[in-house]
Write a protein that binds this ligand. Structure first.
Ligand SMILES: Nc1ncnc2c1ncn2[C@@H]1O[C@@H]2COP(=O)(O)O[C@H]2[C@H]1O
Ligand SMILES: [Fe+2]
Length: 275
């Protein structure tokens, strides 16, 4: 996992990242999650991204790429990603099955790197917060030590930290049971690194932009089903699948925007009680 990916960036250029998250794909192209065909909604998101014709330097996939642990689901994910004209890096979510994920994505030429150097000013660090078999997250001793060691290598770089689980309360009580349980241990590591100003998550299937102990936490819509913000119990939202762009400036400034599919083509059954 320590393999380093270096992406050249022209002097003074703004780096654009495209985030795709929580694709929840199945082995079959016809399978659905809460009434949404997840492969078709993923393809519709990719169609919309292509139609925008935006330039981006890197794609990040922040977990829950597959719903059913199958090799085929990861093959469908890779087939979609191969349409995009930029390299992709990824991290696992609670639903992922890492033996299949690592094998297939590797075979499909998708980088396993969890440390990306972007030009001279920025870096991305991707963490594994999965606790296999349960929806909440936790960073292992190994992950925390690796993060600390990796940050010490390039402490002067502006850093975007990526993980599946949200470290701070989202405002959805049912989802906050499934957050990063040892966020205080992450905070303790980050204490020494003021240039880690933004954390980017998946998992909560909604757009979020909040302050966590002086750092910014961003979360993003899924490419399939959305959860409604500020709910006590599991509640589906009637908004379209989405994706996020992040612009990283040489001076450390970060600007970001969520885009969504419009229309009603990929809206789930709002009376579902979970999955
Ligand atoms: N009704 C529910 N109540 C609590 N958690 C749920 C419910 N339904 C699903 N979940 C879990 O909550 C998780 C949140 O997002 P995930 O996509 O990781 O997967 C979801 C499920 O594992
Ligand atoms: Fe998740």
């Amino acid at each position: 996992m320590e393999s380093l990916l270096r992406l050249p960036v022209a002097n003074g250029a703004i780096i654009r990242i495209l985030q795709i998250t929580d694709t929840h794909l199945f082995a079959g192209e016809d399978e659905a999650l809460l009434g949404v065909n997840t492969y078709r909604s993923y393809c519709a998101v990719l169609d919309a991204i292509e139609a925008e014709q935006h330039r981006y330097d890197l794609v990040v996939a922040t977990g829950d790429l597959a719903q059913d642990h199958s090799l085929e689901a990861y093959q469908l994910f890779a087939k979609g990603i191969s349409r995009l004209p930029a390299p992709c890096v990824w991290l696992p979510g609670n639903h992922d099955f890492q033996p299949a994920m690592v094998k297939v994505l590797d075979e499909c030429g998708i980088s396993p790197s969890k440390h990306v150097l972007l030009g001279d000013n920025w870096q991305l660090i991707l963490l594994d917060s999965q606790v296999f078999g349960v929806p909440h997250g936790e960073l292992s001793e190994y992950q925390l030590e690796w993060l600390d060691k990796t940050l010490r290598l390039q402490p002067e770089r502006h850093t975007l930290l990526l993980l599946h689980h949200h470290p701070s309360a989202s405002g959805c009580i049912w989802l906050d049971q499934h957050s990063l349980r040892n966020a205080h241990m992450l905070a303790a590591v980050l204490n020494n690194f003021p240039r880690v100003k933004t954390l980017l998550c998946g998992h909560i299937h909604q757009e979020l932009d909040l302050d966590w102990q002086g750092r910014r936490v961003l979360a993003s819509p899924s490419t399939c089903v959305q959860f409604k913000p500020h709910c006590t119990n599991f509640t589906i939202d009637s908004v379209g699948p989405g994706w996020r762009y992040l612009d990283l400036y040489p001076d450390g400034k970060l600007e970001t925007e969520v885009h969504r599919l419009s229309g009603v083509a990929y809206l789930p059954d709002t009376d579902s009680e979970g999955y």
